[in-house]
Ligand binder design. Structure first.
Ligand code: FMN
Length: 221
Protein backbone atom coordinates (compact mmCIF):
# COMPACT_ATOMS: atom_id res chain seq x y z
CA UNK A 1 0.00 0.00 0.00
CA UNK A 2 1.41 3.45 -0.86
CA UNK A 3 2.02 5.86 2.02
CA UNK A 4 -0.98 8.04 2.81
CA UNK A 5 -0.82 11.79 2.80
CA UNK A 6 -3.24 13.31 5.22
CA UNK A 7 -4.07 16.17 7.46
CA UNK A 8 -1.66 16.58 10.38
CA UNK A 9 -2.02 13.77 12.85
CA UNK A 10 -3.19 15.15 16.17
CA UNK A 11 -3.57 13.51 19.52
CA UNK A 12 -3.41 15.53 22.72
CA UNK A 13 -4.34 19.13 22.06
CA UNK A 14 -3.37 20.47 25.48
CA UNK A 15 -1.44 23.74 25.37
CA UNK A 16 1.78 22.06 26.45
CA UNK A 17 1.57 19.67 23.55
CA UNK A 18 0.94 22.10 20.70
CA UNK A 19 2.86 20.95 17.63
CA UNK A 20 4.06 22.49 14.43
CA UNK A 21 1.71 21.91 11.52
CA UNK A 22 3.27 19.81 8.77
CA UNK A 23 2.05 17.72 5.88
CA UNK A 24 2.68 14.35 7.45
CA UNK A 25 3.29 10.98 5.88
CA UNK A 26 1.20 8.43 7.70
CA UNK A 27 2.32 4.84 7.67
CA UNK A 28 -0.46 3.34 9.75
CA UNK A 29 0.08 -0.33 10.55
CA UNK A 30 -2.11 -2.65 8.49
CA UNK A 31 -3.89 -4.77 11.07
CA UNK A 32 -6.72 -7.30 11.04
CA UNK A 33 -8.43 -5.52 13.95
CA UNK A 34 -8.19 -1.91 15.17
CA UNK A 35 -5.34 -1.15 17.61
CA UNK A 36 -4.61 1.55 20.15
CA UNK A 37 -3.85 4.55 17.88
CA UNK A 38 -0.37 5.20 19.31
CA UNK A 39 0.66 1.65 18.34
CA UNK A 40 -0.97 1.77 14.91
CA UNK A 41 0.51 5.18 14.03
CA UNK A 42 4.04 4.69 15.39
CA UNK A 43 6.79 4.33 12.86
CA UNK A 44 10.44 5.31 12.62
CA UNK A 45 10.84 8.30 10.33
CA UNK A 46 14.08 10.09 9.51
CA UNK A 47 12.57 13.34 8.20
CA UNK A 48 12.47 15.56 11.28
CA UNK A 49 11.51 19.24 11.34
CA UNK A 50 14.78 21.04 12.11
CA UNK A 51 12.89 24.08 13.47
CA UNK A 52 10.60 22.24 15.89
CA UNK A 53 11.46 22.29 19.57
CA UNK A 54 10.51 19.88 22.32
CA UNK A 55 8.95 21.67 25.29
CA UNK A 56 9.93 20.93 28.87
CA UNK A 57 6.53 19.36 29.64
CA UNK A 58 6.80 17.17 26.54
CA UNK A 59 10.23 15.89 27.59
CA UNK A 60 8.89 15.33 31.09
CA UNK A 61 5.98 13.30 29.70
CA UNK A 62 8.33 11.09 27.66
CA UNK A 63 10.50 10.36 30.68
CA UNK A 64 7.51 9.79 32.98
CA UNK A 65 6.14 7.26 30.49
CA UNK A 66 9.47 5.43 30.50
CA UNK A 67 9.80 5.63 34.29
CA UNK A 68 6.48 3.84 34.77
CA UNK A 69 7.40 0.79 32.70
CA UNK A 70 7.26 -2.60 34.39
CA UNK A 71 10.52 -4.38 35.23
CA UNK A 72 11.71 -7.63 36.78
CA UNK A 73 10.98 -7.39 40.53
CA UNK A 74 10.58 -3.63 40.03
CA UNK A 75 14.36 -3.39 39.73
CA UNK A 76 13.96 -0.44 37.30
CA UNK A 77 17.13 -0.91 35.21
CA UNK A 78 16.36 1.88 32.70
CA UNK A 79 18.04 5.29 32.80
CA UNK A 80 18.20 8.02 30.15
CA UNK A 81 20.58 10.73 29.03
CA UNK A 82 18.62 13.47 27.31
CA UNK A 83 19.50 16.59 25.35
CA UNK A 84 17.48 19.10 23.38
CA UNK A 85 18.81 20.58 20.13
CA UNK A 86 21.29 23.32 20.94
CA UNK A 87 22.34 22.07 24.37
CA UNK A 88 25.53 20.26 25.35
CA UNK A 89 23.97 16.84 25.90
CA UNK A 90 22.36 16.89 22.43
CA UNK A 91 25.72 17.70 20.84
CA UNK A 92 27.50 14.93 22.73
CA UNK A 93 24.86 12.35 21.76
CA UNK A 94 24.89 13.49 18.12
CA UNK A 95 28.69 13.14 18.06
CA UNK A 96 28.39 9.56 19.33
CA UNK A 97 26.00 8.50 16.52
CA UNK A 98 27.24 6.64 13.45
CA UNK A 99 27.58 8.91 10.40
CA UNK A 100 24.54 7.30 8.74
CA UNK A 101 22.37 8.25 11.72
CA UNK A 102 23.98 11.68 12.18
CA UNK A 103 22.97 12.48 8.60
CA UNK A 104 19.30 12.76 9.62
CA UNK A 105 19.21 12.80 13.45
CA UNK A 106 20.71 16.29 13.70
CA UNK A 107 17.23 17.65 12.83
CA UNK A 108 15.58 15.96 15.82
CA UNK A 109 14.26 18.14 18.62
CA UNK A 110 15.78 15.85 21.24
CA UNK A 111 18.26 12.99 21.37
CA UNK A 112 18.28 10.47 24.18
CA UNK A 113 20.43 7.53 25.15
CA UNK A 114 18.75 4.61 26.89
CA UNK A 115 21.11 3.14 29.48
CA UNK A 116 20.63 -0.19 31.23
CA UNK A 117 21.87 -0.52 34.78
CA UNK A 118 23.16 -4.07 35.05
CA UNK A 119 23.67 -4.33 38.83
CA UNK A 120 22.40 -2.88 42.08
CA UNK A 121 23.33 -3.37 45.75
CA UNK A 122 21.85 -6.90 45.63
CA UNK A 123 23.91 -8.00 42.62
CA UNK A 124 23.18 -8.40 38.91
CA UNK A 125 19.77 -7.18 37.72
CA UNK A 126 17.99 -9.94 35.75
CA UNK A 127 16.29 -8.98 32.49
CA UNK A 128 17.93 -5.52 32.52
CA UNK A 129 17.87 -5.19 28.73
CA UNK A 130 14.25 -6.30 28.64
CA UNK A 131 13.45 -3.59 31.19
CA UNK A 132 15.17 -0.90 29.16
CA UNK A 133 13.30 -2.09 26.07
CA UNK A 134 9.96 -1.85 27.83
CA UNK A 135 10.76 1.63 29.14
CA UNK A 136 11.89 2.80 25.71
CA UNK A 137 8.76 1.53 23.98
CA UNK A 138 6.69 3.39 26.60
CA UNK A 139 8.68 6.54 25.76
CA UNK A 140 8.21 6.10 22.02
CA UNK A 141 4.46 5.47 22.31
CA UNK A 142 4.06 8.50 24.57
CA UNK A 143 5.83 10.56 21.89
CA UNK A 144 3.26 9.40 19.32
CA UNK A 145 0.47 10.22 21.75
CA UNK A 146 1.86 13.78 21.93
CA UNK A 147 1.80 14.08 18.13
CA UNK A 148 5.56 13.62 17.92
CA UNK A 149 7.68 10.96 16.24
CA UNK A 150 10.57 8.90 17.57
CA UNK A 151 13.26 6.76 15.99
CA UNK A 152 15.43 4.32 17.93
CA UNK A 153 19.03 3.65 16.90
CA UNK A 154 21.60 1.03 17.78
CA UNK A 155 24.08 2.80 15.50
CA UNK A 156 26.14 4.78 17.98
CA UNK A 157 29.33 4.39 19.97
CA UNK A 158 28.59 3.26 23.53
CA UNK A 159 32.21 3.99 24.43
CA UNK A 160 31.92 7.59 23.23
CA UNK A 161 28.78 8.03 25.37
CA UNK A 162 30.44 6.37 28.36
CA UNK A 163 33.38 8.72 28.16
CA UNK A 164 31.45 11.96 27.38
CA UNK A 165 28.92 11.46 30.17
CA UNK A 166 31.17 9.71 32.71
CA UNK A 167 29.11 6.53 33.01
CA UNK A 168 30.05 3.99 35.70
CA UNK A 169 30.85 0.43 34.63
CA UNK A 170 27.44 -1.00 35.56
CA UNK A 171 25.64 1.57 33.33
CA UNK A 172 25.55 0.35 29.72
CA UNK A 173 24.38 2.66 26.91
CA UNK A 174 22.18 0.47 24.73
CA UNK A 175 19.95 2.60 22.50
CA UNK A 176 19.81 6.12 21.08
CA UNK A 177 16.41 7.71 20.45
CA UNK A 178 15.64 10.71 18.26
CA UNK A 179 12.39 12.52 19.09
CA UNK A 180 10.84 15.41 17.23
CA UNK A 181 8.23 16.58 14.78
CA UNK A 182 7.66 14.87 11.46
CA UNK A 183 8.65 16.88 8.40
CA UNK A 184 8.00 16.31 4.74
CA UNK A 185 10.27 13.59 3.34
CA UNK A 186 11.81 16.17 0.99
CA UNK A 187 13.98 17.52 3.85
CA UNK A 188 16.11 14.38 3.38
CA UNK A 189 17.12 15.83 -0.03
CA UNK A 190 18.75 12.67 -1.40
CA UNK A 191 16.30 10.77 -3.65
CA UNK A 192 17.31 7.32 -2.31
CA UNK A 193 16.69 8.46 1.26
CA UNK A 194 13.35 9.99 0.31
CA UNK A 195 12.25 6.73 -1.29
CA UNK A 196 13.26 4.80 1.84
CA UNK A 197 11.25 7.24 3.94
CA UNK A 198 8.15 6.73 1.80
CA UNK A 199 8.46 2.94 1.47
CA UNK A 200 5.67 0.80 2.93
CA UNK A 201 6.24 -0.94 6.26
CA UNK A 202 6.14 -4.74 6.49
CA UNK A 203 5.65 -7.31 9.21
CA UNK A 204 5.43 -11.09 9.34
CA UNK A 205 1.86 -12.31 8.86
CA UNK A 206 0.06 -13.38 12.07
CA UNK A 207 0.17 -16.97 10.77
CA UNK A 208 3.98 -16.93 11.11
CA UNK A 209 3.97 -14.99 14.34
CA UNK A 210 1.75 -16.70 16.88
CA UNK A 211 1.50 -20.47 17.24
CA UNK A 212 -1.06 -22.73 18.85
CA UNK A 213 -0.73 -26.52 19.00
CA UNK A 214 2.98 -26.54 18.17
CA UNK A 215 5.80 -24.39 16.80
CA UNK A 216 4.75 -23.32 13.32
CA UNK A 217 1.06 -24.19 13.75
CA UNK A 218 -0.80 -20.90 13.39
CA UNK A 219 -2.90 -19.98 16.39
CA UNK A 220 -5.49 -18.68 13.89
CA UNK A 221 -5.94 -21.52 11.37
C1 FMN B 1 17.14 -1.84 18.69
C2 FMN B 1 16.88 -1.03 17.47
C3 FMN B 1 17.96 -0.48 16.76
C4 FMN B 1 17.74 0.32 15.63
N1 FMN B 1 18.82 0.93 15.04
C5 FMN B 1 18.61 1.81 14.03
C6 FMN B 1 19.69 2.59 13.53
O1 FMN B 1 20.83 2.56 14.01
N2 FMN B 1 19.41 3.43 12.49
C7 FMN B 1 18.16 3.55 11.95
O2 FMN B 1 17.99 4.34 11.02
N3 FMN B 1 17.11 2.83 12.43
C8 FMN B 1 17.31 1.97 13.46
N4 FMN B 1 16.23 1.29 14.02
C9 FMN B 1 14.88 1.43 13.45
C10 FMN B 1 14.42 0.14 12.75
O3 FMN B 1 15.07 0.01 11.52
C11 FMN B 1 12.88 0.18 12.58
O4 FMN B 1 12.28 0.18 13.86
C12 FMN B 1 12.37 -1.03 11.79
O5 FMN B 1 12.84 -0.99 10.45
C13 FMN B 1 10.85 -1.13 11.77
O6 FMN B 1 10.31 0.06 11.24
P1 FMN B 1 9.21 0.91 12.02
O7 FMN B 1 9.84 1.31 13.36
O8 FMN B 1 8.95 2.11 11.16
O9 FMN B 1 8.03 0.05 12.24
C14 FMN B 1 16.43 0.53 15.15
C15 FMN B 1 15.33 -0.01 15.87
C16 FMN B 1 15.55 -0.76 17.02
C17 FMN B 1 14.36 -1.27 17.81
Amino acid sequence: MPPKYSEPFRRSDGEHYARTTVRSVRKTAETSVPLTPAIAERWSPRAFDAAAELTGPQLTALLEAARWAPSFGNTQPARYLAGRRGDRAFTLILEALNPGNQAWAFRASALLIGVMVTANEKGDIPYAEYGLGMASENLVLQAVELGLVAHQMAGFSAEAVRSSFGLPEHAVPRIAIAVGTLADASVLEDERRIQRELAPRHRLPLSEFAFGDGWGDPVFP
